[in-house]
Structures are given as C-alpha cells and as structure tokens.
Design a protein around this ligand. Structure first.
Ligand SMILES: [Zn+2]
Ligand SMILES: [Zn+2]
Length: 335
C-alpha cells in the first residue's frame, strides 16, 4: 500500500513526509488486538500532525505514518470481533486505545490514561491506504455525512466540543474563541446552536470572513475586543501570549480552556487577571463519550465542515499551508 512516512522530524518542507510503498498491515490470525483492518476513505490534517512532523511533539516511534482523523471502511476483522463487521464505515480518532483499568479510565477520564496509545503517534495512522484499529475504539459515523466532511470532525470537531465543555460553557453565554482553524470553526457552530454570543479573535482575513458567515457576533484581532465581557473562552492557537490576553477579557468566575497539545511560553502576568475566581484549564485529548455526543450533534445540527480535499501525495503542501494559516476550515487527504 502507499503510506506517507515520517522518518526525520524537522521544519516542514516538501520532503517532510515521504510517500512510500510499504506492506499493508495484517490482522492477528487468532483473536487479538488490534482487531480491525480498515481501508482509508479520507484522513483530515490536524495541527498535531504538524507538531509531530516538525519535532515539537517528540515522536514515539520512527518511521511513523501520521494521521488521526480517519474515515474508513472495515475491510476485515480478527476472529472474535463483535463490534463491527466488514463494510461498516467508521472513524478512527486520536485516542487509539486505553488500558481500561487505571483510575482515569474507571472515572470516565480515559483521555488522561497513562497507558493510552494515540493514532499516528504511537501506532501508524491514516495518511495511508490501510490501517489497523481496535474495534472498541472506533467511532460510529452518521450516514448523512460524506467521508471528507466527517473526517475533520474526528479530532478538530470532537476536541473543539470537549473544549466547550471544559470551558464550562452553558447555552446563552458569551464565548470568545482565540484562533480560528479547523477546530474553532466547528466549535463556533455548536456554540451558536446553543444560542451563545460568540467573539472570534483571529488575524487572517479569510478566517474572519468564515467566522462572520458562521454567525460570530464580533470578529477582530486579539489586541482588540468587543464591548462585552466573555463568560467563557477557548484558546485554539498554540501561542502562550494569548493566555493573559484572554484572561483580561474574561468576567469574574469565567473559565478559559486551552486547547493545545503544545504551546509557546506563557508570559508572566499579574494575579489580578486570575483573581475573581477565574479558571484556566487545558484540554487533553478526548474520550469516546465526547466523540459519540459530538457525532450525534453533528447529525442534528447539521454541522458544516469547511474542507479542502487533496490527494495523499500533497500532504507536505497541506501541512505547509496549515502552518501559514492558509487552509479554510480543514484539509482532508484522500488516498
Ligand atoms: Zn488532532
Ligand atoms: Zn487507563
């Protein structure tokens, strides 16, 4: 099969990922895991892939095939697999598998499991024609969504949804989104569905236009602000200086959730920005429950994912454009 392999992390250029012919992965002959062989229909590009390719996120194995927003068809299952059958269409998210036994797994916080494996980081992911998965960890997808439209929902969408929950957002509140890429443009639609008033802080003109078209009440740069305070805020850009900026726009008792797996240094700031019982918390991965809830929402909304599809061979170009904030919504690779 064809797969895009990362061998040497470094600043993204045309050779960052190499298109290679590799043996397709094989299922165990007897009952065992991973227990599903999947044929990839589409795989969306995530900022985490860029961090991995550039080495900001240390690789767990090399070479590795990135990609963790995979829409795929079940090609075969190992003996004893009951959750899915050949022909089913499923999604493979970032959370590949967890231990199921630790305090986090038992408390509904499997996203924090120390033994968790992540798709396209600990194991080969979806920038390829085939991959293996654990049947218990694949996500059922609404039949109404095309593969290209469903792919960016699997990480960008699900983690954006978890970010809103971690920001303690309740319907009708005023929300600020800092950075406006794949995740934020989906979170905005959920927040609007909940009747929230949303401010979007972003520099790129194209992102501002998209935010306005999706119903943002205020759009501007992060050194500017609407004339109303934020009840809740989410930072989507991996820029530490946004933390004090966002806190300064948050009302007392408000919550700031930071949705980033990697972030530049957060500058020192005065305690007054935090005082008044403001909360700052990070968002780390997402649970299967988040994915199930979010996919249900995606079907009823219906959620509109803005996507740019491109062939597998153009992954390096997609990552370069993502870095320069040139992608409208999400980039999706199609084998
Ligand atoms: Zn991701
Ligand atoms: Zn665990």
């Amino acid at each position: 099969m064809r797969a895009l392999r990362l061998a040497v992390p470094g600043p993204i250029d045309d050779a960052g990922l190499r298109l290679s012919e590799v043996p397709a992965p094989a299922l165990p002959a007897e009952a065992g895991r991973p227990n599903v062989l999947l044929r990839v229909l589409a795989c969306a590009v995530c900022r985490t892939d860029l961090h991995l390719v550039e080495g900001e996120l240390p690789a767990h194995q090399l070479p590795v095939t990135p990609g963790h927003q995979v829409v795929a068809t079940v090609a075969a299952t190992a003996p004893g697999c009951t959750e899915v059958k050949p022909g089913d269409r499923v999604g493979v998210p970032w959370l590949y598998v967890t231990c199921g036994r630790c305090r986090f797994c038992r408390a509904g916080l499997e996203n924090l499991c120390d033994q968790a494996q992540f798709t396209g980081w600990d194991v080969d992911g979806g920038y390829a024609e085939y991959l293996l998965a654990h049947a218990g960890f694949v996500v059922p997808l609404p039949a109404t969504l095309a593969a290209e439209a469903a792919a960016p929902l699997l990480c960008a969408g699900v983690i954006g949804y978890r970010s809103l929950k971690q920001a303690d957002l309740v319907p009708g509140e005023r929300l600020g989104l800092f950075g406006f890429g794949a995740s934020a443009h989906l979170a905005l639609q959920v927040a609007r569905h909940w009747g929230c008033q949303v401010a979007v802080f972003t520099r790129a003109a194209a992102h501002r236009k998209l935010a306005e078209s999706l119903g943002a009440a205020w759009v501007g740069s992060s050194d500017n602000q609407p004339d109303w305070p934020l009840d809740r805020a989410v930072i989507f850009a991996p820029a530490g200086p946004l933390v004090p900026l966002a806190l300064a726009r948050l009302r007392k008792g408000g919550t700031l959730a930071v949705n980033a797996i990697h972030m530049s240094l957060i500058p020192e700031f005065h305690y007054t920005l935090l005082y008044g019982e403001r909360t700052v918390r990070s968002v780390a991965n997402a649970t299967r429950q988040d994915a199930i809830e979010f996919m249900r929402l995606a079907a009823v909304l219906p959620l509109h994912a803005t996507v740019e599809t491109m062939p597998l061979a153009e992954a390096n170009r997609a990552l370069q454009r993502l870095k320069r904030s040139e992608i409208q919504g999400a980039a999706v690779l199609v084998p």
